[in-house]
Design a protein around this ligand. Structure first.
Ligand code: SF4
Length: 317
């Protein structure tokens, strides 16, 4: 099952690298839902310590992209690129998580950043999982899409299958290939990935028909924005499934991943478990603290001490 493979690979990469990992993130720009990357690895730069100090959650993209700095407070309705109601709610959330300071003056909401948003991403790695190459689904299209758009610095295909020359010939040359054994955690590089041109415009394939292909040209700024949004989403989301089912067949691995003794594999309870499952038998919900594991094993920090660093006082607004 693909989800079990994906969870095993994420657990392996979290231990084997210093990457921040997340599953199932939108990986297109023009039509954000058109491509979903199975696993994303954010390779951090030194700035990750500053990012970790702000908040363990995803900072709303509009708050990062808005015209707000750490100096003088600015009216939120002018600073964020959206309608006034949305700007208010984004500012409220950004203040709750410690990225904005917020105050009222003359009937208007003013904001400023509590800390400069750091440059914390060195590279983005996209990983498409296809444990069984005998059932490739849309694999050819997905990898051609990724290579043409070049939103990730590297794209890898991860599989459990033996990889033949014919398989390699079918996928874009820049895409690297790992053979991964989820039972042993062994990962072999079958072919190295080549760096993609993330700083240049990319081509987003929108539709392919026999005699015609619809594409959108995506400029480098739009790609940079989307890349930051992917990294932020990865920061807040992580890769471990949220919550455990109340089923006697579920236990937790040492990596904090739900495992089912009925199906004999790792599971994502949100999609795998329900009272209709043939193995379901009511039981205790396990209390697994996977945030503690994430904190220990990745650059992510659960309780940053410096979230509110300056006590400016609302009078300064
Ligand atoms: S509900 Fe089904 S998949 Fe989920 S733990 Fe129970 S037996 Fe396994």
């Amino acid at each position: 099952m693909e989800v079990a493979f994906e969870l095993a690979l994420a657990a392996h990469l979290e231990t084997a690298t210093d990457w921040l990992l997340a599953r199932q993130l939108g990986a297109a720009v023009d039509e954000p839902g058109a491509r979903v990357m199975d696993l994303v690895g954010v390779v951090p730069s030194d700035g990750v310590t500053d990012r970790a100090a702000i908040t363990p959650e995803t900072i709303p993209p509009l708050a990062v992209e808005g015209d707000v700095g750490v100096g003088e407070a600015v009216p939120v309705a002018d600073a964020l690129d959206c309608g006034p109601e949305r700007a208010e709610s984004v500012a409220e959330h950004a203040a709750e998580i410690g990225f904005f300071e917020r105050g009222r003056r003359g009937g208007r909401t003013y904001v400023r950043q509590t800390a400069r948003y750091p440059d914390w991403v060195d590279r983005l790695v996209g990983i498409e999982n296809k444990p069984d190459l005998g059932r490739p689904g849309d694999l050819d299209f997905q990898l051609r899409f990724d290579a043409a758009l070049a939103l990730f610095d590297e794209v890898w295909l991860a599989t459990e299958s033996y990889v033949t020359g014919a398989h390699l010939n079918r996928i874009p040359e820049a895409v690297g290939v790992w053979r991964f054994d989820p039972a042993t955690g062994e990962r072999e590089v079958v072919r190295e990935a080549s760096p993609l041109a993330v700083d240049e415009p990319g081509v987003e394939i929108r539709r392919e028909e026999p005699l015609r292909t619809d594409v959108a040209i995506i400029d480098a700024d739009a790609k940079a924005r989307r890349r930051r949004r992917i990294a932020e989403r990865a920061w807040g989301k992580g890769w471990r499934p949220a919550g455990f089912p109340g089923c006697v067949n579920c236990s937790a691995t040492d990596d904090g991943v739900p495992e089912c003794s009925f199906h004999e594999r790792l599971i994502a309870p949100g999609s795998d478990c329900s009272t209709d499952c043939p193995g379901y038998e009511a039981g205790e919900v396990l209390d697994v603290d996977h945030e503690e594991l994430r904190d220990e094993r990745s650059p992510w920090v659960r309780d940053p001490s410096g979230v509110v660093r300056r006590q400016s006082g609302l009078d300064q607004f």
